[in-house]
Structure formats: structure tokens, C-alpha cells
Design a protein around this ligand. Structure first.
Ligand SMILES: Nc1ncnc2c1ncn2[C@@H]1O[C@H](COP(=O)(O)OP(=O)(O)OP(=O)(O)O)[C@@H](O)[C@H]1O
Ligand SMILES: [Mg+2]
Length: 101
């Protein structure tokens, strides 16, 4: 599944939308991994503060497209990647098509 939450403008609910989508998909039985690729690490902080039951990994690296497939493996159906720089997005498709940005 490929979902994209994107907007060039800041403060337009990209992270909030990704957080709600991740939870909605998990409630529907998807095995969701949240990948926080945002150097601001907003979603990582939210997950800690709210004690999310969803797994969240921080991966603010330009090598995300190389490393993501091994992280996701067969354990997750959906990876919700937050705030991925546009130059990294092409790699996400190669990482199993289970990603969103
Ligand atoms: N549906 C909504 N209704 C009201 N407020 C919202 C809604 N979605 C997000 N917000 C608020 O808008 C602000 C910006 O949201 P968010 O951090 O998700 O945006 P962002 O696009 O990820 O920002 P950034 O570009 O800084 O990463 C936050 O204070 C958030 O609580
Ligand atoms: Mg954000």
C-alpha cells in the first residue's frame, strides 16, 4: 500500500495525518511500522508522550531507501514514513511499495 501525505508548506498537518492514518490502519488489523524520517522527530516524541502501542523507529537518514526494506522485512504490511525529503521518495517505492511519505 502506498499512501502519501505531502505538502510543500510547513504546518499543514502532514505529521498529524500520518499519525492518525497509522493508528487507523493498525485498528483495521494492518501490521504498521511508523518510520520517523523527520530530523525534527516530532512523531517519535508524540509516541513517547502518548505511550503509543505502535512501533516507531527513528530513521532521519538519506540512506532510508537502502535500509528500510531490511527493517520492515516480512513483519509489517505498512510502513508510515514521516517527513521524507523528496530526494528520498524514489527509494521508498523500491523498498517494497509498502511505504508512505
Ligand atoms: N485536523 C486538524 N485540526 C486542527 N489542528 C490540527 C489538525 N491537524 C493538525 N493540526 C495542528 O496543526 C499544527 C501543525 O500540524 P503538524 O505538525 O501535523 O504539521 P506538519 O505539516 O507536520 O508541520 P511541519 O511542516 O512543521 O512538519 C499542530 O499544532 C497540529 O496540532
Ligand atoms: Mg511534521
Amino acid at each position: 500500500m502506498i499512501l502519501t501525505v505531502a505538502n510543500l508548506k510547513g504546518g499543514t498537518s502532514k505529521t498529524t495525518s500520518a499519525a492518525f492514518l497509522a493508528h487507523a490502519l493498525a485498528e483495521r488489523g494492518r501490521r504498521v511500522l511508523v518510520v520517523d524520517a523527520d530530523p525534527q522527530a516530532s512523531i517519535t516524541r508524540w509516541a513517547e508522550m502518548a505511550e503509543w502501542r505502535l512501533p516507531v523507529v527513528g530513521k532521519a537518514t538519506g540512506r532510508l531507501h537502502v535500509e528500510l526494506e531490511e527493517i520492515v522485512g516480512d513483519r509489517f504490511d505498512t510502513s508510515m514514513c514521516c517527513q521524507v525529503a523528496s530526494s528520498w521518495c524514489s527509494g521508498l517505492g523500491r523498498a517494497g511499495g509498502r511505504c508512505s511519505a
